[in-house]
Design a protein. Structure first.
Length: 65
């Protein structure tokens, strides 16, 4: 699992764009801003390949189809 910590005024969309551009294996990720919000210990949090931490809130990314 990788965790992306948003910097300054970086938005969730900018974080996703950065993650997709810099994945070492060329994978692409996506998420739903409402459905994929998660909390530490949630199954989604534990099993996600990438987590975005935005202002101490978490979103679980999943591989894009």
């Amino acid at each position: 699992m990788n965790i992306h910590l948003c910097k300054g005024d970086e938005t969730l969309d900018q974080a996703l764009e950065y993650i997709n551009e810099h994945d070492s294996e060329g994978r692409r990720y996506t998420f739903d801003k409402e459905a994929d919000r998660c909390y530490i210990g949630d199954e989604a949090f534990v099993n996600a390949p990438v987590i975005i931490n935005y202002k101490n809130n978490y979103w679980a990314l999943h591989l894009a189809e």
